[in-house]
Design a protein around this ligand. Structure first.
Ligand SMILES: [Zn+2]
Length: 74
């Protein structure tokens, strides 16, 4: 009896999913929708060194008088 109910429940969910329906409680396998409002470009922005021309990640650059310099050129 319990097995029947379980099978019916599974079939019910499968049918529901087949039609594109979504139940938040039952739909655990689906990945949470992340809104791509801002692309993650800012985190790894490459900047050219003002002196040697080497492209380095902004975080590792040193800004001197508005210009970016790599560690070797500072
Ligand atoms: Zn440099």
């Amino acid at each position: 009896m319990l097995l029947k109910l379980l099978i019916l429940a599974v079939i019910g969910v499968m049918i529901y999913r087949f039609f594109g329906g979504k139940i938040p409680i039952l739909d655990k396998t689906s990945k949470p929708r992340t809104k791509r409002s801002k692309p993650k470009i800012e985190e790894e922005t490459m900047v050219e060194c003002a002196k040697c021309g080497t492209w380095v990640v902004v975080e590792e650059m040193t800004v001197v008088q508005g210009k970016y310099y790599c560690d070797e050129c500072v």
